[in-house]
Design a protein around this ligand. Structure first.
Ligand SMILES: *[C@@H]1O[C@H](CO)[C@@H](O)[C@H](O)[C@H]1NC(C)=O
Ligand SMILES: *[C@@H]1O[C@H](CO)[C@@H](O)[C@H](O)[C@H]1NC(C)=O
Length: 125
């Protein structure tokens, strides 16, 4: 029997630098129902020049677990594949052969370039 899973892609962005330019990050799709064993992918795209993307999964206890810190190209971690495309300004998370443990909320955070004197921490739920 196949298990229906629910995956939610939440929106969270983190900028290690305070920049005056407004940065937009979008994630899609919002909510996803997938069947065990299927492949799926999620995407974050962004409007500014960034240096890295980090993907998190929120576990059932509500803690954010870091899945990947990616600065270029592609990274594979078991059944998960992360990509970062600077030209297209997006990052994908591909899940292959999804398992019940993949259910949950996923977040991506981006890190932007800055000069030392403008650095600060800014997080927006
Ligand atoms: C999922 O992706 C893997 C690797 O790309 C592929 O081998 C497999 O056939 C795909 N499975 C489905 C159900 O599409
Ligand atoms: C993300 O991609 C969508 C569709 O391609 C586009 O409409 C949107 O403006 C993009 N968002 C950002 C922040 O670049």
């Amino acid at each position: 029997m196949q298990t229906q899973m629910r995956v939610l892609l939440g929106l969270l962005w983190l900028q290690t630098c305070w920049v005056r330019v407004q940065m937009n990050v979008e994630q899609s799709p919002g909510v996803l129902n997938l069947q065990e064993g299927r492949n799926t992918s999620m995407m974050c795209n962004y409007s500014s020049i960034i240096t890295s993307v980090q993907w998190f999964q929120q576990n059932p206890e509500g803690h954010l677990v870091s899945l990947s810190f990616i600065t270029s190209g592609m990274q594979r971690k078991g059944r998960l594949i992360f990509t970062l495309n600077f030209q297209e300004r997006n990052s994908h998370l591909h899940i292959t052969d999804s398992q019940p443990g993949d259910s949950g909320t996923y977040f991506c955070t981006v890190e932007a370039q800055c000069s030392a004197d403008t650095c600060g921490l800014y997080m927006k739920p």
